[in-house]
Design a protein around this ligand. Structure first.
Ligand code: FAD
Length: 383
């Protein structure tokens, strides 16, 4: 383990996951990922990662996983983040940490036995569809609806900005099941398989960053799913979403921390080698102190993330702590990348340097999965 990532929260098992992930990312991702920025992450790469066990960290052992906790998700996400390819990282994390938890946390034993082993093996890739064109931060205002019909449900509606939406084999869809219930009541989660008639990824959206990540608009027109595809209980979906948001936020902030750390390292390397006004840029106190200050903030953010994950692994309600992490690290990653581009000078503005790509990729860290302002209100409610 490197000096910078030592922490009281990280024991030998998590250090081993860090080392294995780092080695894999350095050997198998970094040399190839540039090509994926145009066209997406090849399925063969995802299959290989699944084969090496990376998709099963959080899945229960009886379904082929390792049964680890939120701390493992943060460490794994940090190491994927260090690849400097945010699109690759989010493609994996949406499957392992944003979507699969709907099944592991709330699925019936029958549903877990049916899908989890294939998800761990990478045969079934997943996505999570909550956001709609008119409902993002305000999840309770979604309009996609599911009504009972025969021994199942008919779903109608659309979803916006769905990561892996066009490539997933199965999407967990949030839909309103009780039209009379107000707001957060009356929402349920359904597993919708790609081939189901009426379900289509209508449009791949072009983005500022995360270029290798598939982001789609989904349309559901009279999509019939059997009762067995309702995850957990009817009308409990809002609670499931809020619960899973905790893990989602920790994972994506693990990603932002890994990206920030790697960008800072690349920048320190750059300013130590680059000479201006007769000496390396590193000799300018203003530069090295700014980078040192950012390192201190990353260290603080990492410890906040580990503490929140540890609390969550102890079975405690970590909502305040997770929200603090999301608010703090989401903004921090943007500050770090601003400075990294600045101290790379003109090179930092040139397309496909790692810091140029990361500057675009981290912009979403303070928006997606709970915008900073929404997170700060979650903290404020608990003060
Ligand atoms: C690339 C990408 C991938 C995504 N992947 C997924 C996915 O896989 N699945 C999924 O379901 N969703 C996904 N999303 C959606 C994402 O989670 C939402 O974009 C995010 O929650 C913000 O919602 P919104 O875009 O509707 O913004 P809005 O809710 O319209 O908010 C806009 C801004 O207003 C401010 N704001 C909002 N509420 C408040 C408040 N109460 N107080 C003060 N300020 C506030 C914030 O600054 C916020 O950024 C993705 C989005 C993107 C861009």
């Amino acid at each position: 383990m490197t000096e910078g990532t030592k922490s009281i929260y990280i024991g030998d098992d998590l250090a081993a996951i860090r080392d294995q992930t780092r080695e894999y990312v350095e050997k198998e991702i970094v040399p190839h990922a540039s090509a994926w920025e145009d066209g997406g992450v090849p399925r063969s790469v995802l299959d290989e990662m699944a084969g090496l066990g990376f998709f099963g960290l959080r899945a229960p052992e009886e379904h082929g996983g390792l049964g680890m906790g939120a701390l493992a998700s943060v460490v794994f996400a940090e190491e994927l983040g260090r690849s400097t390819y945010g699109g690759f990282t989010i493609t994996v994390l949406v499957h392992t940490d944003l979507a699969m938890p709907y099944l592991t946390n709330f699925g019936t034993e029958e549903q877990k036995a049916r899908w989890l082993p294939a998800m761990v093996k990478g045969q079934v890739l997943t996505a999570i569809g909550v956001t709609e064109a008119d409902a993002g931060s305000d999840v309770a205002s979604i309009r996609t609806a599911a009504r009972r019909e025969g021994e199942g449900y008919v779903i109608n509606g659309s979803k916006m900005f769905i990561t892996n939406g066009g490539i997933a084999d199965l999407v967990f869809i949030a839909a309103r099941t009780d039209p009379a219930a107000k707001g957060s009541r009356g929402i349920s989660i359904f597993a919708v398989e790609r081939e189901t008639p009426g379900f289509k990824a209508s449009r791949a959206l072009e983005k500022m960053g995360w270029h290798s990540s598939d982001t789609a608009e989904l349309v559901l027109e009279d999509v019939w799913v059997p009762e067995g595809n309702l995850i957990g209980e009817e009308n409990r979906g809002f609670y499931y979403i809020m619960t899973n948001f905790q893990n989602e936020r920790l994972a994506i902030m693990g990603q932002a921390l890994g990206e920030s750390q790697r960008a800072l390292e690349l920048t320190i390397e750059h300013v130590k080698g680059r000479h201006a006004f007769g000496s390396p840029l590193w000799d300018k106190q203003v530069i090295r102190q700014r980078l040192a200050a950012r390192q201190a903030e990353i260290d603080a953010g990492r410890e906040l993330a580990y503490r929140a994950a540890w609390l969550s692994d102890q079975g405690e309600d970590a909502t305040r702590h997770v929200s603090e992490v999301k608010a703090y690290v989401g903004e921090l990653a943007n500050r770090v990348l601003y400075d990294c581009v600045q101290f790379h000078g003109g090179m930092g503005f040139i397309a496909e340097t790692a810091v140029e790509r990361l500057y675009r990729d981290v912009r979403i860290a303070s928006i997606g999965g709970g915008a900073t302002e929404v997170m700060l209100d979650e903290v404020a409610k608990r003060l």
